[in-house]
Design a binder for this molecule. Structure first.
Ligand code: HEM
Length: 1049
C-alpha cells in the first residue's frame, strides 16, 4: 500500500518479484569480471541473500570462485599469485602491462546461472573477452610484422608496456586536439565542431535546478510593460472580458470572444526562450472569471469523503504563505491543437486554426500540489486501486464547468513537479492564464493545465465532465464526427486522452514570406541560419534536432539552446529548446523543402506524415518550409522566398491549401435567395433578433444564440454588422456539423451594393486605422486600445460637479505621458461592468494645447445623482461611478473620439471635410460646454487666430454654470473676439450677473449670434432637448443649414 509520506512514498527497491538479489561478494566478483567497478553504484547496500555466507567463504578478497578454490596451481606448476588473479584483467589487457590469459578471465568471471538459475532462465554463459583480444597481445615469442621477438622477461614486457603507455597518452592528447582543433578539418567543419563541443559541454554542465524563486512577486507597475500589455483592446469592449489587457501581438483566431489567440510564430520565437506573458498563447472556452486574490478559495476535498481527511477551502494567502515550499521553474506547454491549421488544410477538423505558435514557456511559481494534498490529510492509496486527482476551473463554458483529471500517482510523484501556481514570469498570473490560481502539470498538454482553479479533489474514478470526455482527445481517423456510432466509446477510451505532450519541432526561421535576395554576386555562397523550437512531453530531453534538405534522405545536425537551469529532479527537462543550423543559401535554393524533425532521449523521432483526427490534436509530423524562386517586387531581382505550411493567424497563405470542398462551398446556391440591404441587416443586432453576414449571405442566428457552444457573446458582436472579418473567423472555428446548422439559418444574401460597401469599408477602415496609429505614436490616446489613467486628485466645483485629475502612464523612456487630444475631439472613458464595458465620451478641460501637457488631464463632470423623481431615476452611470472612485483607482481612456477637429485660424475638419469659419457661434448646455471651452481656449490663446466666437451657454441655475469665472475672464479680456451670454432657467441671486432668463430660442440666438452668412458656422453641444427642440429649429429659421453651417459634437 503506497503511503504518501516522504520516507515511504518510494518503497525501497527492489519490491516483491522473482528476481534474486546477488550477495555483496558476487558484486565484487562481477567487478573483477568486468574489469571495472561499474556495478558498485547499483549494489544495494547491506543486501545479503541465502547464498551470501557460502560464497563469502568460497573466495578471499572478494573474489568469487565457484568451485571453492582459493589459490590454484598455475599450469607451469606455480601457484598463481593472488594479486594476479584479483588484479584487473581488463586494465591489464588494455594497458598491455602483462599478458592476460583465457584462464585469467574465466576465473574472474563467474557463471551466475549456477548460482541463481531463476535469474538467468534463458541465459548462456559468455566469457567477457574476445579470443582475438587474448591472442593479439604481445605474447613472448610472438611474430609481428614478420619479425620474431625474442622471449622477454616479464619486467621487460612491463617496460615496453610503460613506453606504450606514454605513446598512448600522447596519442590520446593528439586525438583530443584533433577533435577540438582538427587541423586537417575544413574550416566550416571546425566551426561546427566548436559549436558541437560547446553544446556538449553545456549539457554536461547542467546542474539540478533547485527552483528557488529569487525574489518576491513584483507589482504590475510600468516596468512590467515588456511582459504585459497594459492597454485594453476595443475588440473586447462589448464582451465580458472588457477589463482584460491583451496585446495586439496576439492574433485572435475565434473572433472577438472568447479569446483564443497566439502570437505570430516569428515574434514568439524572437521574444526568447521565456515567453513574455503578453505573448503566451491563450485558449479560453468562455469569459474569463472575475476573480480576486483576496476572495478566491481553492476547495480541496474527496469523493467519496475520507480519501482526504481534512477537506478545506484554501485562501490564496495560505497557499502562497511560504508554509509550503514555493518553487519557480520554466515550463513549456502548448495547446494539444498546436499545428492544427495544417491539419485543417488536409480536411477541416472540428476546431480552429492554431498554427505552430500555440505553445509558450513561462516561469511558473507555486507550491507542489503534493504538499497541499498531504497537508489536507490524503490517505494512502491501496495498491490495487487507481485514484485520480481532479481539477475544475471557475469559468463557465457552455457545456458546464471545465474539469479534468490525471492519475493521482502522477501528481504525488515529487519528480513530476505538479504545481498549484500563482506566479507567472515574476508577477501574479495574468487573467487569461488563470489568475489567481492554476494547475501546472509540467510535460502535459495545455488542455490539462486548468485555469482559475477553484476545486481540487481526489476520486476513485476518472473525471466524467464534458470537457474531460469530449475535449483533448486523439480519436482514430475513421471517427470523422461525434455522430459516428463509435464516437462515444472512443471519446471515453482512456487511450485517446491527450496527457503528455508529443515530441515536436518547428521551423520558425525562415518565416512565412521571408525573402533572400539573390541579386548580389556570390549570394548563393552566403550562409543562412535556419532556426526553430522543439519540445517534448514527460520531461524527456530533446536529444537531437535534425534538418533535411533532400526530402529526408540525409539529415544535418542542429545546435540546441536551452533555458537557464533547464534540468529538474536529475532528469526532467520541462522547457522547450531553440535550435539552429547553418546552411548555404545555395542549398536552400536547391532544396524542395526544408524539413525538421526532433529525436527524444528514447531515440524516438517525429513521424514523417500527419495522421488526421477529427479534433485536430497532437499534430507533430515533420515540419516543412518550402523555398521558391521569385522576382523580388522591390528590386526586380531574383530572390528565394519561403513559405511556411500555413500563414500566421487566420490569414490565408502558406504552401498548404485548404481542402477543395471548403473552397467550393462558398459558391453554392445563392441565386434564388432574397436580397437584403446593409440598412435592413443593421436593424437585427440584439439577443432577441440577430442576423449575421457570412460569405455575403445573411443568416438569422437568433435561435443559435441559446445553444451556441462558443456562447452567445461570440456571435453578438457581429449581429447587424457588416464585417468581412467574421467570415474568416467563422471558417477557422467551425466544422461540417456547425455548417449544417448554419445552413438552417440562411435567410438571404447581401445586396451587391452592400457587398461593395462592406468590402470598401473594410479596406478604408484598415488604412485609416494604420494612418492614425502612425500619427499618434507615443501618445496616450490611441484609436484601438484603451490606456489606463489613475485618479490622483478630485475637487468639488459645486455640490454636484467635480474636477477629476487623472495621471497618464509614463512613456517607455520614463518621461511623462502625453494625452495628444486634438482641439474639438473627445476622450472615451471606459469602466468595466460584469457583462461589458460602459463607455462615455468626455472632453478634458486640461491639457488643451501641447504646451500644457504634464502627464495628467482634468475632467469636469457633473454628477447626475439617482433620484426617484428625476426624469432618469437611476442617474448617470459613469458620473456616479467617477464620483465614487477613490484616489489611486483607474479608468481606461481611448481616443480621439468625435468628428470635429479645430486646426487653428478658423480651419476645421468635420467628418473628413475641410471648413473655414471666420465667425463661430456656440450653443452649450450643461457639461456640453467642455468641447467649446477647448475651442475657445485654443482661439484666445493664439494672438494670430482672429476667429470671432459667440457663446450661448444654457444652464438651469447659476450654480450649474461650468467654468463661469474662466469664461468671464476671457470675455473681459477679449471683447472683440469672444462674446458670452448665459441663459438660465432659474434667476440667480447675484444681481450683477449678466444673463437671460428663459429657454434658448430663435430670438435669443438672433440677438447674440453672428448672423448666417459666408464663413459663419455654428457648433452645438448639450442635452438632446436643448439641441433638438431649442437650437436646431431656430438656427434653421435664421438661415443656418445642418451639415453646412451647423454641426453637432
Ligand atoms: C450560424 C451560425 C453559427 C453556428 C451554427 C455555430 C455553431 C457552432 C458549433 C457547433 C460550435 C462547436 C464546434 C466544436 O467545438 O466542435 C461552435 C463553436 C464556436 N463558435 Fe460558432 N457557430 C455560429 C457562428 C459563430 C460566429 C459568427 C462566431 C464568431 C466568429 C462563432 C464563434 C464560435 C466560437 C468562439 C466557438 C468555440 C470554439 C472553441 O472554443 O473551441 N460562431 N459554433
Amino acid at each position: 500500500m503506497p503511503a504518501w509520506t516522504k520516507d515511504s512514498l518510494s518503497e525501497p527497491w527492489p519490491r516483491n518479484h522473482n528476481i534474486r538479489l546477488a550477495a555483496p561478494d558476487v558484486y565484487d566478483a562481477a567487478v573483477e569480471a568486468d574489469g571495472r567497478n561499474v556495478l558498485e553504484r547499483h549494489r544495494p547496500l547491506g543486501v545479503v541473500d541465502q547464498y551470501g555466507e557460502k560464497n563469502r567463504k568460497a573466495g578471499t578478497n572478494g573474489v568469487y570462485e565457484p568451485d571453492g578454490g582459493g589459490e590454484e596451481p598455475r599450469a607451469n606448476g606455480h601457484v598463481e599469485r593472488r594479486e594476479d588473479v584479483s588484479s584487473n584483467w581488463r586494465e591489464r589487457l588494455q594497458a598491455g602491462t602483462s599478458c592476460v590469459s583465457v584462464r585469467d578471465v574465466k576465473k574472474s568471471s563467474p557463471d551466475y546461472k549456477i548460482l541463481h538459475p531463476m535469474n538467468h532462465a534463458f541465459a548462456r554463459y559468455v566469457l567477457p573477452v574476445a579470443e582475438s583480444e587474448i591472442k593479439e597481445q604481445d605474447w613472448p615469442g610472438k611474430e609481428k610484422d614478420g619479425k620474431t621477438y625474442k622471449a622477454e622477461a616479464s619486467d621487460e614486457c612491463t617496460e615496453r608496456g610503460a613506453d606504450k603507455e606514454n605513446v598512448d597518452e600522447k596519442k590520446g592528447d593528439d586525438d583530443q586536439r584533433k577533435q577540438s582543433e582538427g587541423p586537417e578539418l575544413p574550416e566550416e567543419q571546425r566551426a561546427f565542431l566548436d559549436q558541437l563541443l560547446a553544446e556538449m559541454h553545456m549539457v554536461e554542465s547542467f546542474k539540478n535546478n533547485p527552483a528557488e524563486p529569487k525574489d518576491d512577486l513584483k507589482s504590475l507597475d510600468s516596468d512590467a510593460l515588456q511582459q504585459l500589455e497594459s492597454r485594453l483592446s476595443i475588440d473586447d469592449q462589448s464582451t465580458p472580458d472588457s477589463w482584460i489587457p491583451r496585446s495586439s501581438g496576439l492574433l485572435r483566431l475565434t473572433g472577438k470572444h472568447p479569446l483564443n489567440a497566439e502570437a505570430n510564430l516569428f515574434e514568439l520565437f524572437r521574444a526568447g526562450l521565456i515567453t513574455p506573458t503578453k505573448l503566451h498563447y491563450v485558449r479560453n472556452h468562455a469569459s474569463v472569471p472575475q476573480l480576486s486574490w483576496e476572495t478566491h478559495r481553492l476547495s480541496v476535498f474527496s469523493e467519496p469523503e475520507g480519501l482526504i481527511s481534512i477537506p478545506k477551502d484554501w485562501t490564496m494567502d495560505e497557499l502562497a504563505s511560504g508554509d509550503y515550499k514555493i518553487i519557480e521553474i520554466p515550463v513549456t506547454f502548448g495547446c494539444d491543437g498546436n499545428r492544427r491549421k495544417e491539419m485543417n488544410m488536409v480536411k477541416k477538423t472540428s476546431a480552429f486554426n492554431f498554427s505552430g505558435a500555440s505553445v509558450s514557456t513561462c516561469l511558473w511559481r507555486g507550491v507542489l500540489v503534493r504538499d497541499i494534498l498531504l497537508a489536507s490529510g490524503l490517505q494512502d492509496q491501496p495498491d490495487e486501486e487507481r485514484w485520480y486527482l481532479n481539477f475544475e476551473g471557475a469559468d463557465e463554458p457552455s457545456e458546464g464547468a471545465y474539469a479534468t483529471s490525471i492519475p493521482l500517482m502522477h501528481a504525488m510523484n515529487p519528480a513530476n513537479d505538479v504545481m498549484l501556481v500563482f506566479g507567472q514570469n515574476g508577477r501574479v498570473l495574468h487573467p487569461d492564464h488563470g489568475y489567481p490560481l492554476r494547475i501546472i502539470i509540467p510535460g502535459y498538454v495545455g488542455g490539462r493545465q486548468v485555469k482559475w482553479l477553484r476545486k481540487l479533489w481526489v476520486t476513485k474514478e476518472p473525471n466524467r465532465s464534458h470537457y474531460h470526455i469530449w475535449d483533448n482527445r486523439v480519436v482514430p481517423s475513421f471517427i470523422e464526427s461525434r455522430d459516428h456510432p463509435l464516437a462515444g466509446p472512443f471519446f471515453h477510451h482512456e487511450s485517446t486522452a491527450c496527457n503528455e505532450q508529443a515530441l515536436q519541432s518547428v521551423i520558425v526561421k525562415p518565416e512565412h514570406g521571408e525573402r533572400i535576395s539573390l541579386a548580389e554576386k556570390g549570394s548563393l555562397d552566403g550562409t543562412y541560419t535556419v532556426e526553430g523550437y522543439a519540445f517534448n512531453g514527460g520531461g524527456d530531453r530533446i536529444d537531437r534536432v535534425e534538418l533535411s534538405l533532400d526530402g529526408g534522405k540525409t539529415w544535418l545536425w542542429c545546435i540546441r539552446r536551452f533555458t537557464d537551469a533547464p534540468l529538474r529532479n536529475g532528469e526532467k527537462y520541462w522547457a522547450w529548446i531553440f535550435w539552429r543550423c547553418e546552411v548555404k543559401v545555395r542549398e536552400l535554393v536547391d532544396a524542395q523543402e526544408i524539413i525538421v524533425r526532433a529525436q527524444d532521449c528514447k531515440k524516438n523521432y517525429q513521424p514523417e506524415h500527419m495522421t488526421w483526427n477529427m479534433m485536430g490534436m497532437m499534430n507533430n509530423c515533420w515540419y516543412r518550409v518550402r523555398p521558391k524562386i521569385v522576382q523580388d517586387p522591390n528590386t526586380s531581382f531574383p530572390a528565394v522566398e519561403f513559405q511556411q505550411p500555413v500563414a500566421p493567424g487566420n490569414d490565408e497563405g502558406g504552401w498548404m491549401e485548404p481542402p477543395k470542398d471548403e473552397q467550393e462551398d462558398t459558391e453554392s446556391k445563392s441565386d434564388d435567395l432574397k436580397t437584403f440591404s446593409l440598412e435592413e441587416i443593421a436593424k437585427h443586432n440584439n439577443q432577441d433578433d440577430a442576423w449575421i453576414i457570412l460569405d455575403n449571405k445573411v443568416y438569422d442566428v437568433t435561435s443559435v444564440l441559446g445553444w451556441h457552444p462558443g456562447g452567445a457573446n461570440a456571435i453578438l458582436p457581429y449581429a447587424g454588422k457588416a464585417t468581412v472579418d467574421v467570415t474568416n473567423e467563422y471558417k477557422g472555428i467551425h466544422d461540417a456539423y456547425a455548417n449544417g446548422k448554419k445552413d438552417e439559418c440562411l435567410i438571404g444574401k447581401l445586396s451587391e451594393d452592400g457587398v461593395k460597401a462592406m468590402q470598401d469599408d473594410a479596406v478604408r477602415a484598415a488604412k485609416e486605422l494604420a494612418k492614425v496609429k502612425e500619427e499618434r505614436k507615443g501618445m496616450a490616446l490611441q484609436p484601438d486600445v484603451f490606456t489606463q489613467a489613475k485618479l490622483v486628485k478630485r475637487s468639488e466645483v459645486s455640490p454636484d460637479t467635480r474636477l477629476y485629475t487623472f495621471k497618464l502612464p509614463n512613456k517607455s523612456d520614463g518621461s511623462h505621458g502625453v494625452l495628444g487630444l486634438p482641439i474639438g475631439r473627445h476622450v472615451q472613458i471606459s469602466v468595466h461592468f460584469k457583462d461589458q464595458a460602459v463607455l462615455r465620451s468626455y472632453t478634458p478641460t486640461r491639457p488643451m494645447l501641447p504646451s500644457e501637457e504634464d502627464g495628467t488631464f482634468d475632467l469636469l463632470v457633473k454628477t447626475y445623482y439617482p433620484s426617484e423623481g428625476a426624469p432618469f431615476p437611476p442617474g448617470g452611470t459613469l458620473s456616479n461611478y467617477l464620483d465614487c472612485m477613490d484616489d489611486g483607482e483607474e479608468i481606461d481612456i481611448r481616443g480621439p473620439i468625435g468628428g470635429i477637429t479645430y486646426n487653428g485660424s478658423g480651419d476645421f475638419d468635420i467628418e473628413g471635410k475641410h471648413y473655414h469659419f471666420d465667425k463661430v457661434n456656440l450653443v452649450a448646455g450643461g457639461s456640453g460646454l467642455t468641447p467649446h471651452w477647448q475651442f475657445i481656449h485654443a482661439v484666445l490663446s493664439d494672438p494670430n487666430d482672429k476667429t470671432c466666437i459667440s457663446l450661448l451657454d444654457s444652464n438651469k441655475s447659476f450654480d450649474d454654470i461650468l467654468l463661469r469665472e474662466e469664461l468671464q475672464k476671457y470675455a473681459d479680456e477679449n471683447p472683440d473676439r469672444f462674446k458670452l451670454c448665459h441663459v438660465l432657467s432659474i434667476e440667480p441671486k447675484d444681481k450683477n450677473f449678466k444673463y437671460i432668463i428663459g429657454r434658448l430660442n430663435k430670438d435669443i440666438m438672433r440677438e447674440h449670434f453672428h448672423p448666417a452668412g459666408d464663413a459663419v458656422g455654428t457648433l452645438l453641444c448639450g442635452p438632446p432637448g436643448l439641441i433638438e427642440k431649442g437650437a436646431l429649429p431656430g438656427l434653421q429659421e435664421l438661415g443656418f443649414k445642418e451639415g453646412e453651417s451647423v454641426f453637432g459634437y
